[in-house]
Design a protein around this ligand. Structure first.
Ligand code: CP
Length: 322
């Protein structure tokens, strides 16, 4: 496994296999000392419920010490550079989990730090979410290869990571979006380079036909609040996941959402609360899978037991005896 997890495409199939097998074990045996003596910084520039709590609890359950940092109360908010922050944090902690507005902040942090940087959501990707989501699909359907996942709505950071990881895992990924809100050419090209594809539709009913999984996300992501009216006009009511749309899969499909949901916008209550909805199991699996990511990084030798520079003090320079 690479030092950093910034994109779902940083993972090899063997990494995913190892992470899922570790997650299975950590579900059964939640407490361990795998991170004993190690601190992990959780640096958040955007709000979070699931990611923050699951990482914080996960690090504690592994015997480590989570250090939550609200970006606005750090010196980053007063102009300290990302690089200087990374070089400082590596003196105290063994890994940085970061949620940022701009993906390039993560890239700069990872280039400057000698410790792992894990993407806890950026404007481009949410790899921890996608890893947990496919773990949930594997749990619910018993397989991943050949599964058809139809994503309805905006091509969000979550969609990008699902598409990239789907290519690695042999999942058929489809998306139905209004014109102008579909995936970028760059994303489709990266998915194709990984041996997969993204099937793009405008009609949600066509996209869900035969789908094993129907997935949606909010229409207005963090940072897009000023586009609210235009987005709601573009997406509603056609792209809302309803019981009627779920019935168009033609089979017993599962409904997924990364949460938080805006009930009544991208999904109706009847679907969120239906038997086919696995959204809270999805949220629960974040804990097991993210713990597994940390353990895998430790097993691969990327999580230093001692932070950089912590060891014997340097011997003072030798001079002539007096
Ligand atoms: N899905 C997700 O990342 O949730 P939070 O924003 O609450 O962390």
């Amino acid at each position: 496994m690479r030092k950093d997890l910034l994109s779902a495409s940083d993972l090899e199939p063997s990494d995913v296999e190892a992470i899922y097998s570790l997650a299975d074990h950590l579900r059964a045996v939640p407490l361990s000392r795998a991170l004993e003596g190690r601190a992990v910084a959780l640096l958040f520039e955007r709000p979070s419920t699931r990611t923050r709590v699951s990482f914080e609890v996960g690090v504690s359950q592994l015997g480590g010490h989570p250090v939550y940092l609200d970006y606005t109360t750090t010196q980053l908010s007063r102009g300290e550079s990302v690089e200087d922050t990374a070089r400082t944090l590596e003196r105290y902690v063994s890994a940085i989990v970061a949620r940022v507005s701009r993906h390039d902040t993560l890239e700069r942090m990872a280039a400057a730090a000698r410790i792992p940087v894990i993407n806890a959501l950026s404007d481009l990707e949410h790899p921890c979410q996608a890893l947990s989501d496919y773990y949930t699909v594997r749990e619910k359907l018993g397989r991943l290869r050949g599964v058809v996942l139809a994503f309805i709505g905006d091509s969000t950071n979550v969609f990008n990571s699902l598409a990239l990881l789907g290519a690695i895992l042999g999942v058929e990924v489809r998306i139905a979006s209004p014109r102008g809100y579909g995936p970028s050419r760059a994303l489709i090209s990266r998915v194709r380079d990984l041996g997969g594809d993204v099937l793009v539709y405008e009609d949600p009913e066509e996209a869900v036909r035969g789908a094993d999984v129907v997935y949606t996300d909010v229409f207005i992501s963090m940072g897009q609040e000023s586009e609210r009216e235009a987005r709601l006009r573009a997406f509603l009511p056609r792209y809302r996941v309803t019981e009627e749309l779920m019935s168009r899969t033609g089979k017993r499909s599962i409904f997924m959402h990364c949460l938080p949901a805006h009930r009544g916008e991208e999904v109706e209550d009847a679907v969120m609360d239906s038997e086919s909805s696995v959204v809270f199991d999805q949220a629960g699996n974040r804990l097991h899978v993210q713990k597994a990511i940390l353990v895998r990084l430790a097993e691969e030798g990327h999580l230093r037991r001692r932070p950089i520079g912590l060891g014997r003090p340097a011997a003072p320079p030798r001079g002539p005896r007096r």
